[in-house]
Write a protein that binds this ligand. Structure first.
Ligand code: NAP
Length: 246
């Protein structure tokens, strides 16, 4: 699966799923813009990629703020070239009872999880249109497929990501650009470990008796970014160890 000569942006690339996707897409040949709020974490991912002889640069900033997106993209285009692969992965989670969710918490959730991918896509898709080729992979959530008690602001933001994926896929299908989403279910990352979820107990009762690994997500991301997946668009590819089947 060669992405040689292409540039990929991975938002939230400093941790967990984003880091694994960045490392894998670099193995596939892409130059990676590792974009994260946490600059040290992004730099660590770049070190991992460079240690394997592959190419990456770290970019620190908010992937949901239009000003920050515009200024960072100027640097990425100058340093790595036009962006032909976009992985909208940066996100936050939250466990709050429905009646306790404040307008501010809801606005932050939707801004980072849903408006971020929206603004990022608006900002990079001109590169893909010019090339007549592009791959957008949105990281949604299995909570949007099943619903999730105590996570209405989170799961509804991720449901929006799935709808965004489908609409973009329809709008750009005849321009060489595919848009798909991967809803992770129970992947062992700092986000999951920092949540109230009991990792061992949940793993024990899951179909595969284990949590997912970030690399499980990276394999799906790599496939959807490849030429081999050129006839696949608007789809939802669950990576959840059989926790969600339909
Ligand atoms: P993670 O370990 O917390 O990594 C997320 C990274 O994104 C962090 O480095 C975080 O930086 C960064 N980030 C957050 N907001 C950002 C922003 N506005 N701009 C740039 N970077 C930002 O989480 P993960 O588990 O790998 O999750 C990755 C994605 O998968 C998220 O969208 C999440 O909702 C989704 N997901 C994960 C699971 C799971 O089981 N792990 C399940 C369903 C969905 P800071 O640490 O500085 O905030």
């Amino acid at each position: 699966m060669s992405l040689k000569g292409k540039t990929a942006v991975v938002t939230g690339g400093g941790s967990g799923i984003g880091r694994a996707c960045a490392v894998q897409l670099a193995r596939d040949g892409a130059a990676i813009a590792v974009w994260d709020l946490n600059g040290d974490a992004a730099a660590e991912t770049v070190s991992l990629i460079e240690a394997e002889g592959n190419k990456a640069k770290a970019y620190t900033g908010d992937a949901s703020a239009p000003d920050s997106i515009a200024s960072i993209l100027v640097r990425i285009r100058a340093e790595l070239g036009p962006v032909l692969v976009l992985v909208n992965n940066a996100g936050i989670t939250g466990f709050v009872a429905f009646l306790d969710i404040t307008p501010e918490a809801l606005e932050r959730m939707y801004r980072i999880n849903l408006m971020g991918p929206f603004f990022m896509t608006q900002a990079v898709i001109s590169d893909m249109l010019a090339a007549g080729w592009g791959r957008i992979v949105n990281i949604s959530s299995s909570s949007a497929q099943t619903g999730a008690k105590g996570m209405t602001h989170y799961s509804s933001s991720k449901g929006g990501v799935i709808a965004l994926t489908k609409s973009l896929a329809a709008e750009f299908a005849d321009r060489g650009i595919t848009v798909n989403n991967i809803p992770p279910g129970f992947i062992d990352t700092p986000m999951l470990r920092g949540s109230p979820v009991n990792l061992d107990a949940t793993a024990a009762t899951s179909p595969m008796k284990r949590a997912g690994r970030p690399e499980d997500m990276a394999a799906a991301c790599s496939f959807l970014a490849s030429d081999a997946a050129g006839y696949i668009t608007g789809q939802t590819l669950g990576v959840n160890g059989g926790r969600v089947i339909y």
